[in-house]
Design a protein around this ligand. Structure first.
Ligand code: SF4
Length: 210
């Protein structure tokens, strides 16, 4: 089993391969040589190099929104898809405006598109956020399909729920990047709970659970 997350050596980072732990995945050199070839496939190479360029050029200066625009520009994309959560509709409007200002065409689709009640998708009655009120299901598959239909070249995920985002990634024909990861408790900053896992968030992360 690989346990990189608890590795104290990180020989992969330093290049001191003689220090790698016993269960280090790097012991299988053949595997890594094979994977390296994947990056040279035409559909991956420019994409990968553009990612590295954006990382290096804007390092610690460009916010992620700028990085998305810079990356899309370097890839020559003109039409971008924006799949957003209706809870972040104001933010979606800002993102749309910023990207349009950069010369992109932006096709945006909200998560509640279709306005299909949750029970029609087989979600049990006990799982309503606002019982008694009209509650449309989130529809990440429709979001992806609508962006596919619009032939977007690159899709941006803005605040989709855990799992809904996964379905969106699965059905999107264009590559996807996540601009905002939904976290209702931390103002969409999931890292906050990680930074404070031993403190303020200890109980909510159930760290003391036997
Ligand atoms: S790849 Fe090897 S050296 Fe790098 S973190 Fe994982 S176990 Fe550690």
């Amino acid at each position: 089993m690989f346990t990189c997350a608890s590795c104290a050596v990180t020989a992969c980072r330093t290049g001191q391969l003689d220090q790698m732990p016993k269960n280090c995945p790097m012991r299988d050199r053949e595997f890594f040589e094979k994977v390296l070839e994947e990056y040279f496939k035409p559909e991956n190479h420019d994409f990968f190099v553009a990612s590295a360029m954006v990382e290096a050029i804007g390092y610690c200066r460009w916010p992620r929104l700028r990085e998305v625009a810079e990356f899309a520009g370097r890839m020559g994309y003109r039409r971008l898809g924006l799949a957003f959560c209706v809870g972040l509709r104001r933010e979606a409007a800002v993102v749309e405006r910023v990207l349009r200002k950069q010369g992109f065409e932006v096709v945006s689709v909200a998560c509640k598109t279709g306005s299909i009640p949750k029970d029609r998708a087989g979600i049990p009655a006990g799982y309503r956020v606002n019982p008694g009120a009209y509650e449309a299901m989130c529809n990440p598959i429709a979001q992806a399909e609508l962006l596919n239909r619009a032939e977007t070249q690159f899709n941006i995920c803005l605040g989709l729920c855990v799992g809904h985002d996964s379905l969106f990634y699965k059905y999107s024909e264009a590559m996807v990047t996540t601009l905002v990861a939904k976290d209702r408790v931390t103002g969409n900053n999931p890292a906050a709970a990680i930074y404070c896992a031993e403190g303020y968030f200890k109980d909510r992360l159930e760290l003391d659970k036997p």
